[in-house]
Design a binder for this molecule. Structure first.
Ligand code: NBP
Length: 481
């Protein structure tokens, strides 16, 4: 009888193919399948030639080629394609078999699918996969969640194919339902934030007249210090890149697209009521960039400051910029972990925050030395309520904040947009302010809408005042009309 496969993988686009080759290189026999079945043979005869990978002509064929309990991983376009495959697979599978969705699915879809499949005794895993093509082939960061009974069945495969950081696997069980995809979503949001911060630094450097070679040198230097990360490294390479027409970067349109996971993070932040302001600004910055024709028109009509960006000592200023980037990045991750904590509370997930930092430490786009510092912070104090309160990060902000304030103030005076750097600073100042002006806000709401207000020292006691003193309650309709 022919050899049975350890796992099946459906979806032979870039991610699926590379994950199959990764699993094959770790000794697993993988059965490959795709909606357009011709692609199976194409794959077997080309990229998978000479490997142990086997193919299937139909879902029935694929299921029959699997060892029990069967494990089927989907790497197809997120959305209805996942539901379609699940619906076709369920009648072919047995209780205790596992379906894994490795796509960028929305976490609430994953929770729904996990619950529905539990009733059918199929174990469902929603697994965030990060690192793109390269990660999928050589070691992605994997964030699995769903039905915990599935974890012992897939753990060995996942922890052998994933990235390693100091020999530790960048993959650990995240939590029930959509927890894995939620963590992946926040990861993507943080990626948006990191990229926006770097773009703002690039914009300031460019406005100060640095050449691309000078900028590349600076990013290269930062990549050896506390900002050491994949995104800083690729920025250095991008800045250096020249073709026969010169620097390629200068010829790329200044409009950024998005696939939606950053937007999902911002929406989740609003839904959970957590001020994840930096990611929000990063998403809006992409939206603003997309309004290119409007911006071109406005640039001819709307005046900004006349003053030309200029500094006395460039080396000193670039050091200020490094601190500004670093402090804002600390705030961004603090906000991301605040969102994770709130979602964990609402969904009753028992998230391991140090473990999440380790999962992001290697294999993925936001991998950085900094994530090792976050992991250590949660190791020092597993119940740490906010990263900003950890001694390491507290000290980093203490020593960098004057530089951060300087860079944000200069950018405002020079008319250079720094939405991510500045919102991070406002958040920091808001978070450390004992008494915010929301007392006035409460009074305003009560004035125009009789919403009542709470008095200091009298929690839970709500009162309403007739603020004009002219008698009778002031109704919302009167003042909002
Ligand atoms: P795509 O997202 O481009 O999806 C291609 C696969 O989906 C093909 O197998 C295609 O089959 C199948 N498919 C489509 Br499209 N519509 C389908 C439908 N209605 N029913 C059944 N199958 C359908 O592939 P990818 O870029 O490899 O990404 C796979 C997943 O991994 C996605 O969820 C993606 O968001 C996620 N992801 C991608 C990256 C990345 O860097 N690309 C990184 C991390 C996560 P066909 O061949 O018959 O058209």
């Amino acid at each position: 009888m022919s050899q049975k496969a350890d796992i099946a993988l459906i979806g032979l686009a870039v991610m699926g193919q590379n994950l199959i080759l990764n699993m094959d290189s770790k000794g697993y026999v993988v059965c490959a399948y795709n909606r357009t079945v011709d692609k199976v043979d194409q794959f077997l005869n080309n990229e998978a030639k000479g490997t142990k990978v086997i193919g299937a002509k139909s879902l029935e064929d694929m299921v029959n080629k699997l060892k029990a309990p069967r494990k089927v991983m989907l790497l197809v376009k997120a959305g209805s394609a996942v539901d379609d495959f699940i619906n076709k697979l369920v009648p072919l599978l047995s209780p205790g078999d596992v379906i894994i969705d490795g796509g960028n699915s929305e976490y609430q879809d994953t929770t729904r699918r996990s619950d529905e499949l539990k009733l059918k005794k199929i174990l469902y895993v929603g697994c965030g996969v990060s690192g793109g093509e390269e990660g999928a082939r050589h070691g992605p960061s994997l964030m699995p969640g769903g039905n915990p009974e599935a974890w012992p069945l897939v753990k060995d495969i996942f922890q052998s194919i994933c990235a390693k950081s100091n020999n530790e696997p960048c993959c650990e069980w995240v939590g029930e339902g959509g927890a894995g995809h939620f963590v992946k979503m926040v990861h993507n949001g943080i990626e948006y934030g990191d990229m926006q911060l770097i773009c703002e630094a690039y914009h300031i450097m460019k406005s100060l007249g640095l050449t691309q070679d000078q900028m590349a040198e600076q990013f290269g230097k930062w990549n050896t210090e506390e900002l050491d990360s994949f995104l800083i490294e690729i920025t250095r390479d991008i800045l250096k890149y020249k073709d026969d027409k010169g620097f390629l970067l200068e010829r790329i349109r200044d409009t950024a697209g998005q696939k939606g996971t950053g937007k999902w993070t911002a929406i989740a932040a609003l839904e959970y009521g957590i001020p994840v302001t930096l990611i929000g600004e990063a998403v809006f910055s992409r939206c603003l960039s997309a309004l290119q024709s409007e911006r071109v028109l406005a640039s001819k009509q709307l005046k900004g400051p006349e003053v030309k960006p200029k500094v006395d000592n460039l080396a000193t200023y670039l050091n200020h910029m490094k601190h500004a980037l670093y402090c804002a990045k600390i705030v961004s991750y603090a906000q991301g972990f605040m969102l994770l904590r709130e979602a964990a509370k609402e969904n009753k997930w028992n998230l391991n925050y140090g473990g999440i930092a380790l999962m992001w430490r290697g294999g993925c786009i936001i991998r950085s030395v900094f994530l090792g510092n976050i992991k250590e912070a949660f190791q020092r104090n597993p119940t740490l309520s906010n990263l900003l309160l950890d001694d390491f990060f507290k000290k980093a902000i203490e020593s960098g904040q004057q530089s951060w304030r300087q860079v944000v103030s200069n950018a405002f005076l020079w008319g250079i947009p720094v939405p991510a750097m500045s919102t991070a600073l406002s958040f920091y100042d808001g978070y450390r302010t004992e008494k915010l002006p929301a007392n006035l806000l409460q009074a305003q709401r009560d004035y125009f809408g009789a919403h009542t207000y709470e008095l200091l020292g009298q929690e839970g006691k709500f009162v309403h005042t007739n603020w004009t003193g002219t008698g009778g309650n002031v109704s919302a309709s009167t003042y909002l009309a």
